[in-house]
Ligand binder design. Structure first.
Ligand code: KIV
Length: 273
């Protein structure tokens, strides 16, 4: 199938994503957190770049996504937005920036868009956060929802295991998905839920549903860039396909550099002024 965005220089918009769903064209989405990586990702024809709060883990080295702040997300988001000439840039609102008070949520949302130049925001949660999501959308900011495994609620779940395996959680997820569509979300991420449930949600909703660990019956896929490039040796959940082994490539290259410095091989005559 032809790429819906025929002119590669044309910026992807939320409207394009909706059209892609209608045309049956799958949506590609990948995280990035820095200018150099986002430049490469953007040049591949990626539809959406997510500045995920997974930055808390993979960039800042925290055990969870909870510690990352609005200020930190703005630094990552600004770098990625500068790099993305084509992809739609979505930034995660971090834990604590919208949960306490809808007014604070709108303030943080406006700041994140104003100070980064990103196109949209992503918020975790369903019914409980429909009010703040509506208000952010009313302020003119497109919002992507996020249901299923919601890492910002890790202490509530106590596990990163598959969500919505039982009927009552699955039914709540379906209700929440409809509610987010009604609230005006332009797309929805479903993380780590049974493939059949994700396919049902994608079939019932008219907005694009993008999965991570949610099977192939959804409208698009998202992965964390450092995971799919194999930079993190110890993380290999079932849903992850590794497209490279950068951990080995980088370890080998950097070890050679250490060796060359120690043995006085680097720099040689041609590498000096
Ligand atoms: O923070 C993130 O990277 C995400 C994706 C896993 C969807 O939310």
């Amino acid at each position: 199938m032809a790429n819906y965005i025929s002119d590669d220089k044309k910026k992807v918009t939320t409207h394009h994503l909706l059209e892609m769903k209608k045309q049956g064209e799958k949506i590609s989405m990948l995280t990035s957190y820095d200018y150099t990586t986002a430049t490469i990702v953007d040049q591949t024809g990626m539809d959406v770049i997510l500045v995920g709060d997974s930055a808390s883990n993979v960039m800042a080295g925290n055990a969870t996504t909870l510690p990352i702040t609005v200020d930190e997300m703005i630094v990552y988001g600004r770098a990625v937005a500068r790099a993305a000439k084509r992809a739609l840039v979505v930034i995660d609102m971090p834990f604590g920036s919208y949960q306490a008070d809808p007014y604070d949520g709108v303030q943080a949302a406006v700041r994140m868009i104003k100070e980064t130049g990103a196109d949209a925001l992503k918020l975790e949660g369903g019914e409980e956060f429909a009010d703040v999501i509506r208000r952010i959308i009313n302020a003119g900011i497109p919002v992507m929802g996020h249901l299923g495994l919601m890492p910002q609620s890790i202490h509530k779940y106590g596990t990163y295991g598959v969500r919505a395996k039982d009927d009552s959680e699955a039914e709540k997820l379906v209700r929440d998905a409809h509610l987010l569509e009604e609230a005006g979300c332009f797309a929805l991420v479903l993380e780590k839920i049974p493939a059949a449930l994700a396919a049902r949600v994608a079939g019932e909703l008219s907005i694009p549903v993008i999965g991570i660990g949610a099977g192939n019956g959804v409208d698009g896929q998202v992965l964390v860039v450092t995971d799919m490039l194999g930079m993190n040796d110890g993380f290999s959940p079932k849903f992850l396909r590794r497209y490279a082994d950068l951990h080995s490539v980088m370890t080998e290259a950097i070890s050679r550099y250490v060796h060359d410095v120690k043995t006085k091989d680097f720099p040689n005559e041609k590498e000096q002024y």
